[in-house]
Design a protein around this ligand. Structure first.
Ligand code: AMP
Length: 632
């Protein structure tokens, strides 16, 4: 850690109130706060108490005088060929119109709006319109299948859902509305109204009269209406974002309003080095936390131009990202290791074809960045590639270098240092004491969590405490569920999860969720799902299943058909992102004598490693079967 950053960091921890008061000046407040932090009921933290603000006001309205004509959002779709720029004035008009539509459907403060949409500007209008009204949005990633969507509907209980007829991915039409219809059928508490942005991509779209409404028609009806910003208390919720954990039930990460706005504005200044007027290109999706923070809120709150890209990194050719950088003079770029690994396999000529002089840094997150990919991208671009580590729960980086304060040398394979505001420790699993340099520990944060981080789980304070703050009985600390290590220079390295969560192409999946989906197939008696190394996606799930009726897998053909059927079940329950790379059929699974599944041993064997201590194993034959299955 450089000296300058060290001072900055120390101040954020030791002189917390003064530090965050300074950062809070980066946003607009309708009413100033009276107290920086209210922490009388740990681990529940309320930031900027008494202050009133609004995310939509900060993202749009406050810029109108100074930069109304500046591009706010540039939409580029290599799927449909659409390209459209919205100035801050135009974005304001669109968002107010969308807010008028939602208001017309009875949406007001505290109501939930569920957004299940492809990467189109209307998805962002809907997010901003919701927070303008003081409503809480919940964006569900379009890759999730109807059953997953239904689970989220039932937890979030939205008043209104917004969707689109279809999205497109790599030239293939994905019928969103059709998936929504399915989810509405599965849901226990479906919303009364579904608003559809019709792109004209799915001519077979079915309409349920009285429930389904056309967005363009409603927008025409509400054109010209004024919708003032609803001022919220700083700690009022702004959105819920579902994420996977070790159980089959996803967790609704709840974010506040003021703390989030301040955290994002501060990160844009200190970490991403983006200033008003600059252009930022984040290659994520609005269905993920990175999309919320760095496609939508942070760039707009700070007066940047944000690029909204609907498309894949290799179409029309593998130079598309860099062409966007050149054409729109992108200064800040944010992507994922998997995206970069996809490009690494292409013709290197694409990396040098475009003028990338505008680009200052490229940030990567979401999954471990392997050293070869880090080195390759740094050399190919000739720009600093900053690996930073964070989670849906935190909303902004936990470990990062902070070039806006000090440019520190990059170590390949390391996301550098704790971000300011995080009292981060590496704790020994045995007794919660602090690990030494070069000793592995659990990456933990001493609460209160800084502004911007989750404030609770939607509707479930108890689960929030039990899930995140009860790893150690002797200390109230937030566990990231990641292993980490710090070297003697103070650089951190992330070593993988402590729980049964896997990370596929930057997307977090619970092995338990996948197991439940596999088990939904009527012939599966029992299953173990583990994550194994994958060259492209970081990790991929593998399933080992025991069938009820062995005659259905009696021949190689039947086996292959059954494997396909199980995969189809996962596609239908969770979405193709969770589909196991292989489903192997075994007659028994390795368990301890007390019945606990030996997942780590299964994973080790599947990756060709030593399975570790097996003294408690009930049936040694079970492990041999795993080994045989993988060898094929
Ligand atoms: P998600 O909330 O889905 O973004 O997943 C967060 C998890 O992804 C973390 O707990 C880590 O396991 C992993 N992760 C995110 N960023 C990094 C990174 N830069 N290096 C290593 N692992 C990461």
């Amino acid at each position: 850690m450089g000296q300058k950053y060290q001072q900055f960091y120390r101040r954020s921890i030791e002189d917390r109130d003064a530090f965050w008061t300074e950062q809070a000046a980066l946003i607009d407040w309708n009413k100033p706060f009276d107290q920086v932090l209210e922490y009388s009921n740990p681990p529940f933290a309320r930031w900027f108490v008494g202050g009133q603000t609004n995310l939509c006001h900060n993202a749009i309205d406050r810029h109108l005088d100074a930069r109304g004509g500046q591009p706010a959002l540039i939409y580029i779709s290599t799927e449909t060929g659409a390209e459209k720029t919205y100035s801050y004035d135009e974005l304001h008009e669109e968002v107010v119109r969308c807010a008028a539509v939602l208001r017309g459907l009875g949406v007001g403060k505290g109501d939930v709006v569920l957004i299940y949409m492809p990467m189109i500007p209307e998805a962002i209008f809907a997010m901003l319109a919701s927070v303008r009204l003081g409503a809480v949005h919940s964006v569900v990633f379009g890759g999730f299948a109807p059953a997953s969507l239904a689970l989220r509907i039932d937890d979030a209980k939205p008043k209104v859902m917004i969707t689109s007829d279809a999205g497109m991915r790599a030239g293939r039409v994905i019928a969103y509305k059709h998936l929504v219809d399915e989810a509405m059928r599965l849901s226990q508490s479906p919303p009364e109204k579904v608003v559809i942005v019709n792109r004209g991509l799915d001519s077979n779209m079915a309409i349920t009269e009285g429930r389904d409404l056309d967005y363009a028609t409603l927008a025409r009806q509400h054109a010209g209406e004024d919708v003032p910003v609803t001022w919220l208390e700083s700690s009022d919720p702004s959105y819920v974002m579902y994420t996977s954990g070790t159980t089959g039930k996803p967790k609704g990460v709840q974010r506040d309003t003021g703390g989030y706005a301040v955290a994002l504005a501060a990160s844009m200044k200190h970490i991403y080095c983006g200033n008003a007027g600059d252009t930022m290109f984040t290659t994520s999706d609005i269905g993920w936390v990175v999309g919320h923070s760095y496609i939508v809120y942070a760039p707009l709150i700070c007066g940047l131009t944000t690029i909204v890209y609907e498309g894949v990194p290799i179409r029309p050719d593998p130079g598309i990202w860099w062409k966007i950088v050149q054409d729109y003079k992108v200064k800040v770029m944010f992507s994922s290791p998997t995206g970069v690994r996809v490009l690494k396999k292409q013709d290197p000529e694409y990396m040098s074809k475009y003028d990338m002089s505008s680009l200052k840094h490229i940030f990567l997150a979401g999954e471990p960045l392997d050293e070869p990919t880090h080195t390759w991208l740094t050399e190919a671009l000739g720009k600093p590639v900053i690996d930073h580590y964070w989670q849906t729960e935190t909303g902004w980086p936990i470990l990062t270098s902070v070039p806006g304060v000090e440019e520190t040398p990059i170590k390949f394979g390391s996301p550098s240092f704790p971000a300011y505001g995080y009292d981060l420790k590496l704790l020994r699993e045995s007794d919660a004491s602090e690990a030494d340099a070069d000793e592995k520990g659990v990456v933990a944060i001493i609460p209160p969590l800084p502004p911007g981080c989750m404030t609770t789980l939607w509707g479930d304070d108890e689960r929030f405490v039990n899930t995140y703050f009860s790893t150690f009985t002797s200390k109230l600390v937030y566990s990231t569920f990641d292993w980490g290590i710090r070297d003697r220079d103070g650089y951190y390295f992330i070593l993988g999860r402590t729980d049964d969560v896997i990370n596929v192409a930057g997307h977090r999946l619970g092995t338990r969720e996948i197991e439940e989906a596999v088990q939904a197939h009527p012939n599966i008696a029992e299953v173990a799902v583990v994550g194994v190394d994958d060259q492209l996606k970081g990790q991929m799930p593998l399933a080992f299943a025991v069938v009820k009726d062995a005659s259905r897998i009696a021949t190689a053909e039947l086996k292959a058909a059954e494997e396909k059927a199980v995969m189809a079940k996962v596609d239908a329950q969770l979405g193709a992102i969770a589909r196991p790379r292989r489903v192997y059929f075994v007659s028994t699974l390795p368990k301890t004598r007390s019945g606990k599944m030996l997942r780590r041993s299964i994973q080790a064997l599947a990756e060709g490693r030593d399975p570790g201590d097996l003294t408690s194993l009930e049936d040694p034959g079970a492990l041999e079967q795993i080994q045989q299955a993988v060898k094929g």
